[in-house]
Design a protein around this ligand. Sequence first.
Ligand SMILES: NC(=O)c1ccc[n+]([C@@H]2O[C@H](COP(=O)([O-])OP(=O)(O)OC[C@H]3O[C@@H](n4cnc5c(N)ncnc54)[C@H](O)[C@@H]3O)[C@@H](O)[C@H]2O)c1
Length: 336
Amino acid sequence: MINIAVVGCGYWGPNLIRNFETLEESRVKMVCDLDAGRLVNMKRLYPNAETTSDFEQVLNDDQIKAVVIALPTKFHYEAGKRCLLAGKHAFIEKPLASSVDQCEELVSLAKRQNLTLMVGHTFIYSSPVRKIKEIIDSGELGELQYINSRRLNLGLFQKDINVTWDLAPHDLSIILYILNELPRRVGCHGKAHVTPGIEDVTHMSLNFSNGGFALVHNSWLDPNKVREMTFVGTKKMLVYDDIEPMEKIKIFDKRVQKPPHYETFGEFQYSYHYGDMYIPHLKQVEPLKVECQHFLDCIKTGAKSESCGLEGTKVIRVLEAASKSLSDGGGEVDVL
Ligand SMILES: NC(=O)c1ccc[n+]([C@@H]2O[C@H](COP(=O)([O-])OP(=O)(O)OC[C@H]3O[C@@H](n4cnc5c(N)ncnc54)[C@H](O)[C@@H]3O)[C@@H](O)[C@H]2O)c1
């Protein structure tokens, strides 16, 4: 049995607590939050879990082997570092930290301490994203031409980070997982409408060395909740709509072809292919449950997590480049 502490039980923390409580190999020994009201709520739901507002109590409890950090982003690095220094495995919610430097420090500390460091890139543990990777890797879509990702809704406005840092870690972790490559250059436009200095609408472009291209649109200022990704290949196109309860992935046998050669403008015609659409079957499992089990497995076996600290760092590299582009007026910048 692996004793877990969950630090931060606002909006997301309770989902992590529920999963680690439900899994056979773990139990939530302690829940930590500065907000006494949140702790009362958690105690009512999980009477066996100890509650505390003192993070030191988590660090000093020798029975706690792993700590799950679901705090606002600005606390991720400090809390993660203290857990690793105290000899505890760390699961840090996305984004891993606030800078590449902080991420690299966490990665090397985890390595030195021989501990698991994992970041909450929940979507890479989901059935639709795994299916999309399988379909793209099989070559069914042909050569992937571009990806368009839209993650929009009204709120939840964050105080410490802009919408790119809040929502794009999902889009980016999915794109990097599927392409298995870091973009070479990133551009980002955006605007702050509600909180001065904190962009609530952003649009990012990613250029990859192999010619790959992706667009990521994030917003806290949209009437509709949208979670949609389009993958356009030379043979077929795939649309992933995460709002759909069952039919999340649709594969369209659609493409456009240029004539191989033509001599006069009159002969020049694009041909449009409209074929059938199909919906692949997906396993119905909660991605967070898969992710939590994976964390326990990594602790037990010492295996590298699929969303290890290095993967978390890649996402922060892109976010840092996007922030630089945003403050420079949107021009493309190198991903360092
Ligand atoms: N993986 C996902 O799909 C997913 C979804 C939502 C949020 N998240 C991530 O989860 C994290 C938390 O987000 P949220 O929306 O739950 O935030 P939240 O603001 O709702 O909750 C944060 C909680 O942390 C507590 N807190 C703040 N400072 C603290 C401190 N120093 N010590 C102890 N407790 C403290 C607050 O009282 C609050 O209850 C973020 O990193 C966010 O990006 C991940």
